[in-house]
Write a protein that binds this ligand. Structure first.
Ligand SMILES: Nc1ncnc2c1ncn2[C@@H]1O[C@H](COP(=O)(O)OP(=O)(O)OP(=O)(O)O)[C@@H](O)[C@H]1O
Length: 563
């Protein structure tokens, strides 16, 4: 990768990222007038100006960020005006992005190290490097950023008495806690390096002294004094032994001093809780106050102005409830989810509960979802979908269709292996945006997979037939979450669509295509059905009568479709 591949996020930005394209000679004026200057805000650094065309697709903008800044497209999340620019094929202007606007870029936290170089005479400059850069690259940056005062050829980096090879990776430098690194320039100067939170600090000093580099991953929010307990709104709900065991194990881990480790991925705070041995993760804790656009979000996302979450029809601070709801509603094949059973659900959502975690912060505690950690081989983002068994894809499709999930991207399906033949098993995670108030942002990664075009098998059909949205709403109420009218309407309509569609022999693809918008601006078939039903009933009509109107319109649309 070229040297421009780093996030050189100094206040003096080297150059504006400008669009590279084949210009249509016949309409140069139009092309120019579309060009706008936007700014990328990246946590912990100054903004990056970027020139784009309003007609650029989101994927092409991400590609340009990748080629000039090095952040892999798959790991980027762009947020504008409180909304994730989730549809890669949509255009910049579709999301209302115009000249001078700021886009927030969320990337993997652990991928960056902020390097601060201080000279003996007080000169200071900073730059970022990614963990996968090597020592030679750091030297280049020091030479470049230091206005040539540190000649490339005269830099030497020493660790444990041995000169570091230029090929050594930054991540390996920070691997061992308390590693001591000397960076020598000519004979007399040296650079002191220190790993502070996610920063990796180097300071050039006149005489040599050993300094400490810690290789700790960034860790924020949850601190050493943390203790955990389940939160149950209804005293009659007895949590299952498996959930108690998960909490107990994380608690023992904390008591032993095994602190939560912040995940590098995701747009909210997610912490891996360790067991007593410190060798195993047992759970993932996602505090409410660190959700995207919540007050303590650690990924640099701004506060939501109107309380709406990153996806339309969701609320900031409700993500943890939705996570728990997805588990509670994931009924086992042979019956309903019951409080004190650990039976795995049809779709395999890992056991999830609400917990309260005492911490050293201002409030003294954090509340959030607590989900069993699932050992995995990566996510569906890391491999093509062809190898996944059809029923594995269908079980996730059923869950997403029932819950109108607005965040089923490939990174939210973990890939595991089972049995002696190493059969692939998919585990759905991250349900903070399920059961939205409307269908606007529903997107399903699996929709484009070949398995989605296969019919449901008989076991899945039986399961779908057994679903009952009213029962589900009552179950959630028992757990302490009374769904709003809008969210319960979503659950009722999506369950209705799944049941009716499956009964008519439609595939997950067919049903998913009714639920998801084809493009950002074009309403989906389900939205159209809901709109027509609203138009058809009189104001003040009961919810049941409204749902009957939805059912009637849905029936006629489905029969048109099957014809
Ligand atoms: N139950 C789990 N078992 C194992 N790993 C998990 C689990 N839940 C989450 N993770 C890991 O933690 C990371 C962050 O979690 P998650 O995706 O739920 O966070 P998020 O902030 O909601 O992300 P997103 O930006 O996708 O909405 C995931 O990428 C995944 O690697």
């Amino acid at each position: 990768m070229s040297s421009s591949g780093i996030a050189a996020l100094s206040p003096l930005v080297d150059r504006v990222l400008s669009p590279v394209r084949f210009v249509d000679q016949s309409s140069p004026v139009q092309c120019q007038s579309e060009s706008i200057l936007i700014f990328l805000a990246v946590p912990g650094s100054s903004v990056i100006p970027m020139r784009v065309l309003e007609s650029d697709s989101i994927s092409s903008v991400k590609l340009r960020i990748q080629s000039s800044k090095g952040f892999v497209v798959k790991k980027q999340k762009l947020v504008f005006d409180g909304r994730e620019l989730a549809r890669n094929e949509s255009r910049v202007r579709d999301y209302g992005v115009s000249d001078g606007k700021v886009l927030h870029l969320v990337i993997r936290l652990s991928d960056l190290r902020l390097i601060t170089v201080k000279t003996a005479c007080g000169k200071k400059f900073r730059f970022h490097v990614e963990c996968n850069r090597n020592v030679g690259y750091i030297k280049q940056q020091i030479a470049k950023k230091g206005d040539g005062f540190v000649d490339l050829g005269k830099q030497r980096l020493i660790c444990n008495g041995e000169e570091l090879d230029d090929q050594l990776i930054v991540n390996d430098l920070c691997k061992h806690k308390d590693a001591v690194i000397h960076l020598l320039i000519r004979k007399s100067a040296k650079i002191r390096s220190r790993h502070v939170d996610k920063e990796f600090e180097l300071s050039v000093a006149a005489k040599e002294e050993p300094v400490v580099v810690t290789g700790e991953p960034p860790n924020r929010g949850v601190e050493a004094r943390t203790l955990i307990e389940p939160v149950v709104a209804n005293p009659n709900v007895e949590l299952s032994p498996g959930i108690h065991e998960m909490v107990r194990s994380a608690l023992t881990g904390l008591e032993k001093g095994n602190l939560p480790v912040m995940s590098a991925e995701g747009s909210g705070g997610a912490y891996f809780m360790q067991d007593e041995s410190g060798l195993k993760y047992v759970a993932v804790f996602k505090p409410i106050d660190e959700e995207p656009m919540a007050e303590n979000n650690p990924r640099g996302l701004p506060l939501s102005l109107d309380g709406e979450g990153l996806k339309r029809g969701t609320r900031v601070g409700e993500g943890a409830y939705r996570e728990v709801a997805a588990y509670v509603l994931d009924h086992p094949v042979n019956g309903r989810r019951s409080f004190n059973s650990d039976e795995i659900g049809f779709s395999g959502v890992p056991p999830t509960a609400m917990v309260r975690c005492v911490d050293g912060g201002e409030k003294g505690f954090k509340i959030g979802s607590f989900q069993k950690f699932v050992k995995n081989y990566g996510s569906c983002e890391d491999m093509g979908p062809r190898a996944f068994p059809v029923e594995e894809v269908h079980k996730i499709a059923v869950l997403d269709l029932r819950l109108a999930n607005a965040d089923r991207h490939a990174g939210n399906m973990l890939v595991c292996k089972e049995g002696e033949d190493g059969r692939f098993v998919l585990v759905p995670i991250d349900h903070g945006y399920c059961l939205p108030e409307n269908f606007e942002d529903c997107t399903f990664e699996w929709l484009y997979w070949p398995q989605a075009r296969q019919p449901f098998n008989s076991e899945t059909m039986d399961y779908i037939r057994s679903l009952d949205a009213d029962e589900d709403i009552n179950l959630l109420k028992l757990y302490g979450w009374e769904l709003s009218l809008e969210c319960s309407r979503t659950l009722r309509i999506s369950t209705m669509l799944l049941k009716k569609g499956a009964a008519q022999g439609l595939t997950p693809y067919d049903i998913g295509s009714i639920m998801c918008r084809e493009t950002l601006k074009k309403e989906s078939k389900i939205e159209k059905i809901v709109r027509e039903a609203k138009d058809a009933v009189l104001p003040g009509t009961s919810e049941n009568a409204f749902l009957e109107a939805v059912a009637e319109i849905m029936d006629s649309q489905l029969s048109e479709l099957t014809l």
